[in-house]
Design a protein around this ligand. Sequence first.
Ligand code: MLC
Ligand code: AMP
Length: 507
Amino acid sequence: MSNPLFDALFAAHRGRETVFLHLPDGGTMTHAAFLGEAARNANALTALGVGPGDRVAVHVTKSPEALALYAGCIMAGAVFLPLNTAYTPAELEYFVGDSGAALFVCDPGEADALTPIAAAASCALRTLGADGEGSLSDVVRGQPAEFAVVDRDEDDLAALLYTSGTTGRSKGAMLTHRNLVSNARALVETWRFTSDDVLLHALPIFHSHGLFVATNVSLMAGGSMIFLPKFDVETVLAKLPMATAMMGVPTFYTRLLDEPRFDRDLVAHMRVFISGSAPLLAETHVRFEERTGHRILERYGMTETSMNTSNPYDGERRAGTVGFPLPGVEVKVCDPETGRELPQGEIGVLEVRGPNVFKGYWRMPEKTKEELRADGFFITGDLARIDGDGYVTIVGRGKDLIISGGYNIYPKEVELFLDAQPGVRESAVVGAPHPDFGESVVAVLVPEAGATLDLAAIEAAARRDLAGFKRPRHVAVLDALPRNTMGKVEKNQLRDRYAAVFQAAAG
Ligand code: MLC
Ligand code: AMP
């Protein structure tokens, strides 16, 4: 009788009066108090009719209570489905419907807008605000702080994380107890996390990075987290002196480097800085070391696999590379056409296999078959090279994907939206280098014959229907898109043409 994720992350904390969360106002929450809150959430979920295997869709502001809801879902055997807080009602409608969620938890302020969506999906709606108050909290508050944890198998789902796709339709990545436990274990070991660690946590908790990498690692090691609502340079500078470790996307580190107060003295006591979710420029790695004396530890992962590779804790953290496969993870570089493994040193598509690799896409057996081979290797869509001494370098992407500040944007999704706007004949969306976000979104619009595009109206529609990070930051109007002889849009030409638009804006 067991619940693998509960046993690995939470069970040891029963009755532990050690600090788990350091809160922005200087308050703290102990491991024992957190576990009690998690148990109250599990009881509340059960009272609301959520059973084992049911999906709980969560669109709420980061808070200790939101984290306890995650833990409560695990205890109750439910499947946690976190959603980016930037998603608009139009986007949320798809996730709630597609997942068949039994319960949808949202911020109190958006309940009116989301009630019809929950109703159409026959899903109960409850609220949880940033202050921990709401109609879910009203149920949670009256519950006992003990709960008989629901048994789960290693292959049962623990979480469903939606990730966009090249077709424009998001896919729910099914992550099992085995996936999450094995990855947390590999990361604790590789990065040497212990109960002495104080992790500065400024990431969102609706993605793999902030939830399964940062939070699960901290829980498994038994350390504490400085739990910040978001990344804010001033707060991070103020809190770094009490941290031992920090995890972030490259934008966190470039923003810190822009701040002269971020210097060697401020971080001399730190044990490790870890980066991932997007490429860390070798130049940032070098600048960071020059300024602080620390070599950032870069790792590489995906929603579907959690983490795959990491630079070594001891040994050379090589700038521009993502290091070696984690314990238990295999990687190989394959020919994108034939799928055959390429000789060492050649560039091809990276494939990964291990206990970290997800179970498949929710209710998409065909999509799953296309990307997850029968022998267990997952085709990442990232282009990579493995050096003679085993370091993996991500050299590009075989998939049409933009990563802005660590958030993924699939151009197809934005193109489908733009194509549907009045007067637009067709569109193409590409990424261009951006000094803050790494990459940002450029949209090229082609009007219908004789039409004049109302760009302000298109911008307003984008604000209404698309999450803010997906919105094009530069819009160009052309008479026609460049195409090759096969009629395929030549996105490389567009990338070259607009490569400097954000650089120019920044200068
Ligand atoms: C916010 N905005 C962005 C953005 N984040 N625009 C482009 N890209 C982004 N990433 C926009 C908002 O829409 C808004 O626009 C304006 O910026 C201000 O919003 P904000 O929320 O105040 O922004 P800010 O706090 O500056 O956020 C930037 C950020 C944040 C980098 C701190 O995006 C962030 O925390 N990113 C982390 C993403 C992450 O955790 N990824 C992990 C994925 S898991 P307007 O116009 O409305 O004002 C994964 C697997 C793995 O990839 O390997 O880890
Ligand atoms: P997501 O779908 O949000 O999980 O994003 C996963 C993608 O982020 C990967 O397929 C990579 O393209 C990218 N990624 C994550 N970490 C790194 C890294 N360290 N270097 C380069 N790309 C990365």
